[in-house]
Design a protein around this ligand. Structure first.
Ligand SMILES: [Zn+2]
Length: 165
């Protein structure tokens, strides 16, 4: 199959080598969604870290539906996509397909919130340093975690991902 026409995300291909295979798809998709959206322009954007929920320093932002603050909840997946994902994880039936579905739906929700709750995004990106927290133990789930997906999205908007705490 021959790709038709130049892709707007081709400039980001080199960056992809830094990403895990699992995140690469999300990264590409994110680039297409947010790539034209460097709307915050020249604002200096901060460093994004990720951590488990028990991280306690003042730069933490709980981005879970369950316990996030009002800002954090803007970036939390809805119960609609969270319910099946949690159930699958509990029953041990999570699969590449179920994760891909979750990822797709979560990115869709982020796109929507980016349109409808722009101020929250501006607030988040305006922070010098923020640590995105959720309940996942990456040792158990690898990179199947929304805090990593959100960190990727934020890098497309100019932030720097500084790693897992
Ligand atoms: Zn998570």
């Amino acid at each position: 199959m021959v790709a038709s026409g130049a892709r707007s995300d081709s400039d980001d291909e080199t960056d992809n080598t830094l990403l895990s295979t699992a995140n690469r798809r999300a990264f590409r998709r994110t680039t297409m969604v947010f790539g034209v959206a460097s709307l915050l322009g020249d604002t200096l954007m901060g460093a994004i870290y990720t951590a488990r929920i028990d991280y306690e320093r003042s730069d933490r932002l709980d981005i879970t539906r369950k316990s996030g603050c009002s800002l954090g909840k803007v970036f939390a997946p809805s119960w609609a996509i969270l319910g099946p994902a949690i159930a699958a994880r509990r029953m041990g039936t999570e699969s590449a397909e179920s994760w891909a579905e979750y990822e797709r739906e979560y990115l869709k929700e982020l796109r929507a919130s980016y349109r409808t709750q722009r101020q929250a995004w501006t607030d988040l990106l305006g922070r010098q340093q923020v640590t995105l927290c959720c309940y996942c133990n990456l040792k158990l789930v690898g990179d199947r975690c929304h805090r990593l997906l959100l960190a990727d999205v934020l890098t497309k908007l100019g932030a720097t991902y500084a790693g897992e705490r």
